[in-house]
Design a protein. Structure first.
Length: 163
């Protein structure tokens, strides 16, 4: 996971993590959102349904002194899409690899207005599971493989492409 996280942030670095607003969905330990904060993100929302994991995220945020820059939402990702607001520059998702690729979640995100116009959405997935080229109005522009793990990168379709 450390190698994949390092690769992810190497890819995202040129896109400007500084002052970005980030959502870490299926947060688990919160490592993706905390890494974004350590690289200068202005705020991170963490979404995790497991109570113990949420406590661990809060403890990590306290230890790293990022607690004031974060909000931990103890809920499902599906429910969070109805309560999150704002415009995210980066949405980072690492859903359980035992579940199918979260197409419906991406489609819902695409229709919510949660993405900034030049936002990037990244989905971690098992390499054996293909990532779709499109999910609603999101287009995949890259899918990188790292052994058994892959990262699929999506961005909102540009309006001129729909004309």
């Amino acid at each position: 996971m450390d190698r994949v996280r390092s690769a992810l942030f190497s890819i995202l670095a040129p896109m400007g993590m500084e002052n970005a607003v980030v959502a870490d969905l299926f947060a688990g330990t919160g490592s993706l959102g905390i890494e974004a904060l350590s690289r200068g993100a202005a705020h991170a929302d963490f979404v995790e349904s497991n109570t113990r994991q949420c406590a661990d995220i809060r403890a990590s945020l306290q230890a790293t002194k990022f607690l004031e820059l974060a909000t931990v939402h103890e809920t499902t990702v599906e429910h969070s899409l109805r309560i999150l607001s704002g415009s995210y520059d980066f949405i980072l998702m690492d859903p359980p690899y035992t579940q199918p690729f979260p197409v419906s979640v991406l489609e819902e995100i695409a229709g919510t207005g949660l993405l900034a116009p030049d936002a990037v959405l990244v989905v971690g997935h098992a390499s054996r599971v293909p990532s779709p080229e499109r999910c609603g109005s999101l287009e995949r522009w890259q899918d990188r493989r790292y052994g058994d793990s892959s990262l699929a990168f999506y961005h909102p379709e540009s309006p001129e492409k729909t004309l």
